[in-house]
Design a protein around this ligand. Sequence first.
Ligand SMILES: *Cc1c(COP(=O)(O)O)cnc(C)c1O
Length: 424
Amino acid sequence: MKFDTNCLHAGYRPGSGEPRNIPIVQSTTFRYETSEDMGRLFDLEAEGYFYTRLQNPTSDAVAARLCALEGGSAAMLLSSGQAATFFAVFNIASAGDHIVCSSAVYGGTYNLFAVTMRRMGIQFTFVDPDCSEEELNAAFRPETKALFGETIANPALTVLDIEKFARAAHAHGVPLIVDNTFATPALCRPFEWGADIVTHSTSKYLDGHAAALGGAIVDSGRFDWEAHADKFPGLTTPDDSYHGVTYTKKFGPGGAYITKAVVQLMRDFGSTPAPMNAWLLGMGMETLPLRMARHCANGQGVAQWLQKHEKVAWVRYAGLPGDRYYELAQKYLPHGCCGVVSFGVKGGRAAAERFMAGLELASIATHVADAKTCVLHPASATHRQMNDAELAAAGVSPDLVRLSVGLEDLGDLIADLSQALDQV
Ligand SMILES: *Cc1c(COP(=O)(O)O)cnc(C)c1O
């Protein structure tokens, strides 16, 4: 089936007389006839549900849909994007290990890696995503277990050269993990360019309506863990906490990574999505291609309009010819660059604040990437405690406005931006 068809049908095929929509299985537990039946589940000898912390039919159907959209071999849902990022890395790295990561990543990812996971004994090296292959290769160590980057970085809006990153990861015998949140599989499928594992904050475009927090991990099934068995003992040697199962042997290259993350990390950390939230995500994905096409058209339209406005100092959007990432976007994002645009208002912080206050349609919110246009002025919100020098060091100029263009009529959006800029 083609992508658009999979958005509606992958992961769930009702039998005769069964619900047309994915059912919401709002139950923590599942009943069995005998203790023996249940024992086989605990031994991973039979497939089935026993406790929603590990697996739930609603979540699994929605995960299977996303898996089909990314072109993967296995997938799992989590309660948030943060949980997905953590599980994706912690599934293959522990104390004493090292990860190489693009410096252009979501702030929450940076904090999770540089502060919290560092406290767990995992070291991180952050590299400029635009660095040469030589510089990228130099960041690897013998104990490196993965390379991490974002397709379209939030909020920097850099476009990742996925092939360059995949080459470097594979040259060092480790997988490339790509956070594909802003692109979604509608705009880019990182597995087609050599990525091995994809993560998502489904709270953004995949859900699409700012209704439910969620995360996901998808495995391509193409990374050969056995070929680098000494680096990934958690996958290639017996797990004593599961009666000596060896994930790569029992579940193969396509199932080992996700099975381990579910039965080990979900068992122990419990970052499980509510069935209702999984269902909302599945519903959102049904219209993903339609919404992404509109987000891209509106984002492109707004970026082009802003670029010509006399009160706008600069615009960053990879779909604009002349943007630093235009060529990479043409290659990796041929159908569009999503709806997130950042720009500067002439006159700095005060002008940006006046502009924000003047907006009527676009709402001021910390969220991005959903159906309704929202806007954030980092210097007076998420980065409020910093002075102008500190902001510059963080790559956030005082005049920077991050605009997440929604699905409204483009003329209405431009009219709102126009009247707000008039007030500056
Ligand atoms: C929002 C976001 C996250 C974190 O996801 P939550 O669902 O908020 O936990 C991770 N990566 C990117 C790129 C994001 O935009």
